[in-house]
Design a protein around this ligand. Sequence first.
Ligand SMILES: [Zn+2]
Length: 122
Amino acid sequence: MGLKAIAEKVKENARVEHVKKNDRVVLLAGSSKGKQSRIIEVNKRNGKVRVEGISVVKRHSKPNPTRGVQGGIVEKEAFIDASNVQVICPSCGKPTRVAHNEQSDGKRARACKKCGATIDKR
Ligand SMILES: [Zn+2]
């Protein structure tokens, strides 16, 4: 694999790097714009995230007694585009863009662009 191909691959994988599971985020678009919640799932491949209580869809499910599943309406968060959420900095409490700073061990840690605090705890 050439350098260019590697660079392309990195770019591809970096699409949802600004958010991670359990991050507190604010919604930037859609009917829940301005609401704050928590990331419950990240789909890096599609660039999508699921946010607790946001974009909830109702699904009808059949009962399945062998698996202990009751029938009825199940509410589940739908995937939304990761670009529609912004991380809330745990240090300054403000919605912020995320910087990726290289650490002494070569790994990259996310940092708040407003106050500079490191967001990832290692
Ligand atoms: Zn901050």
